[in-house]
Design a protein around this ligand. Structure first.
Ligand SMILES: Cc1cc2nc3c(=O)[nH]c(=O)nc-3n(C[C@H](O)[C@H](O)[C@H](O)COP(=O)(O)OP(=O)(O)OC[C@H]3O[C@@H](n4cnc5c(N)ncnc54)[C@H](O)[C@@H]3O)c2cc1C
Length: 438
C-alpha cells in the first residue's frame, strides 16, 4: 500500500496531494489483496526484522502476490459471467463523442488494419496502461482538436516513473537478522523464518526513510533494496546474466535476451564471477550485497507523453515520451546514500557509496537512472479540472461516461510497486460504476 503521507499534499512537492486518503482506500486495498492472494495486509512484522527504532530508517514491507497472473485466476469467472464479454485481439483506436464533446458514444476497434468495428456502451473505462491511456485520449481528436479530457492541456503531462539507481556496497561482518530479512531470498531468511509469521518469501522488505525525516528534510519517498550480489566491477555482467536466465526460463525470445547476451560477451569476467557466486550462494549465507534505490519523482509538466508524427500500422500517431527526472530526486538519493551507509556502519557492517554500473559516480550530475516500468501520472487525479484529468472517482472531467483505471491516475507515485493501488482503485471504480449504472 502507499503510505499515508503519499496521499497528502506536501509543501515541498508541487502538485502533490491526492483527492482520496489511505483510510478511504483501505477497504478496497483489502479486497485487492484478497484477489491477489495476499493474506493479511495489516499483519505486524517481527521485532528481529525491524531496524533500531530511534534510527532514520524503517523496514517497509512489500507483498509479492503468489498468484500474479490474473488472466489465469479470473478466466473461468469471466467465461462464466453472463454480463461479461471478453474480446481479444482488439485494439482500441479512438473514442467518439457526441457533438457536445461531453458524452462518449462509441469506441473504434480493430483486430487487423483492415478489420475495424465499433463498440457502443453506456460507459467506458480506459485501462490500457500509463502511456497508452494518454495516447488514446490525445489521438481521439476528431471532435476536440486537443483530444478528449484535455481542455486544460494536462493529458500526457506529469509522466512519472520510479527512477532506480544501483549505488553501494555492503559487507556483513557478523550474522544479522535485520539484514537477513531485507534480502529477497529464502536462503538468507530461512534461519529466522520460524520466528516470523507472514514473513516468508511472499513478503519483501526494503529500507525506507521515516516520514518525519522526509518531512523535516523535504525529501521524496524512496525504498532501498538490499540485494545479494557480486562486487561492483561485476555488476554489468551479473545483471545481464540475471536477465538472460529469466528470459530463457520463460522460453521467450525477448529483445532483453539478445541485449543480455551481448552484455555478457562484453563483460565475460563479471558474468563468470557472478555465475559462480550464484551457484555458491545457494549453499552459504552470502556476505556481499549492493543497494538498489527506487525513488519517487516530483511531478513535472514537461515530463510527458505526446503524439508523434510517425504512424502505427493502424494509421494512428505513435507515442513520443519525454521522461524528465528533477533535482529533488537527486537530493533525495544523496541523503538516502548517506543515511543508509551510516546506518549500516552503526550496525557494525562495512558499507560504501560506489561508482555506478556505467562508470558514472552516483553523486554526479548525470546519474544513470533506470526505470522500473511503472508508468504514472499522465491522466492525473484531482477534483479540480485545472490540475487533474480525472476526479476522485476516476471519471474524466467534463465527460460523464468516461473513466480511467491504472497508475496514469496517480498524482504522485509513492516509493515503489504501484499495482496493489491500481487494483484497489479499479475495485473502487467498479463499485462506483455499479451504482452509476443502476
Ligand atoms: C517486467 C515488469 C515487472 C513488474 N513488476 C512489478 C511488481 O513487482 N510490482 C508492481 O506493483 N508492479 C510491477 N510492474 C508494473 C505493473 O505491471 C503495472 O503497474 C501494471 O501491470 C499496470 O496495470 P494496468 O492494468 O494499468 O496496465 P497493463 O498491465 O499495462 O495493462 C494494460 C493492457 O491494455 C492493453 N492495451 C494497451 N493499449 C491498448 C489498446 N489501444 N487497445 C486494447 N488494449 C490495449 C495492453 O495490451 C495490456 O494488456 C512490473 C512491470 C513490468 C513490465
Amino acid at each position: 500500500m502507499l503510505d499515508h503521507v503519499d496521499f497528502e499534499a506536501r509543501s515541498w512537492i508541487p502538485m502533490s496531494g491526492w483527492p482520496v486518503d489511505r483510510n478511504s482506500l483501505l477497504p478496497h486495498y483489502e479486497t485487492a489483496a484478497g484477489l491477489l492472494g495476499i493474506e493479511d495486509l495489516q499483519a505486524e512484522w517481527p521485532a528481529s526484522a525491524v531496524l533500531p527504532m530511534n534510527g532514520p530508517l524503517f523496514s517497509e514491507r512489500c507483498f509479492l502476490s503468489p498468484i500474479p497472473d490474473l488472466g489465469a485466476t479470473l478466466r473461468a469467472r469471466l467465461q462464466a459471467a453472463k454480463n461479461v464479454q471478453v474480446v481479444l485481439h482488439a485494439t482500441a483506436l479512438r473514442l467518439d463523442t457526441d457533438t457536445s464533446g461531453r458524452w462518449v458514444r462509441s469506441i473504434e476497434v480493430a483486430s487487423t488494419p483492415d478489420r475495424r468495428f465499433r463498440i457502443e456502451a453506456r460507459s467506458f473505462v480506459l485501462a490500457c496502461g500509463g502511456i497508452e491511456n494518454a495516447r488514446l485520449l490525445l489521438a481521439s481528436n476528431q471532435q476536440m482538436p486537443n483530444g478528449i479530457g484535455n481542455q486544460h492541456d494536462l493529458v500526457g503531462r506529469y509522466f512519472m516513473e520510479h527512477p532506480r539507481v544501483k549505488w553501494g556496497s555492503l559487507q556483513i561482518c557478523r550474522p544479522d537478522a535485520a539484514i537477513a530479512f531485507h534480502v529477497p531470498s529464502a536462503e538468507a531468511r530461512r534461519p529466522y523464518l520460524s520466528q516470523a509469521k507472514h514473513c516468508d518469501v511472499t513478503a519483501a522488505f526494503g529500507l525506507a526513510l521515516r516520514p518525519e525525516i522526509r518531512e523535516s528534510e523535504r525529501l521524496l519517498g524512496s525504498r532501498t533494496w538490499i540485494k545479494p550480489g557480486p562486487c561492483a566491477n561485476d555488476w554489468d555482467g551479473s545483471e545481464a546474466l540475471h536477465y538472460l536466465a529469466f528470459w530463457l526460463r520463460k522460453g521467450r525470445l525477448h529483445r532483453d535476451l539478445i541485449k543480455s547476451g551481448r552484455t555478457i560477451l562484453r563483460h565475460p569476467a563479471g558474468s563468470i564471477a557472478s555465475a559462480i557466486d550464484r551457484i555458491g550462494r545457494s549453499r552459504r549465507w552470502a556476505g556481499h550485497f549492493h543497494f538498489d534505490t527506487i525513488l519517487e519523482q516530483e511531478p513535472d509538466p514537461e515530463s510527458r507523453v505526446t503524439l508523434d508524427t510517425r504512424l502505427d500500422e493502424f494509421g494512428l500517431p505513435r507515442v513520443k515520451l519525454e521522461w524528465r527526472v528533477g533535482p529533488l530526486v537527486r537530493r533525495t538519493l544523496q541523503r538516502v546514500q548517506t543515511i543508509v551507509t551510516d546506518e549500516m556502519r552503526m550496525l557494525g557492517h562495512r558499507s560504501d557509496v560506489l561508482a555506478c554500473a556505467h562508470g558514472t559516480p552516483a553523486y554526479g550530475d548525470d546519474i544513470p537512472y533506470r526505470w522500473v516500468r511503472h508508468h504514472m501520472g499522465t491522466t492525473r487525479m484531482s477534483n479540480d479540472p485545472r490540475t487533474g484529468v480525472v476526479d476522485a472517482t476516476c471519471q474524466v472531467h467534463g465527460l460523464a461516461n468516461l473513466f480511467v483505471a491504472g497508475s496514469s491516475v496517480f498524482p504522485t507515485g509513492g516509493n515503489d510497486m504501484p499495482t496493489l493501488t491500481i487494483v484497489a482503485l479499479a475495485i473502487k471504480l467498479g463499485g462506483h460504476l455499479q451504482q452509476w449504472l443502476e
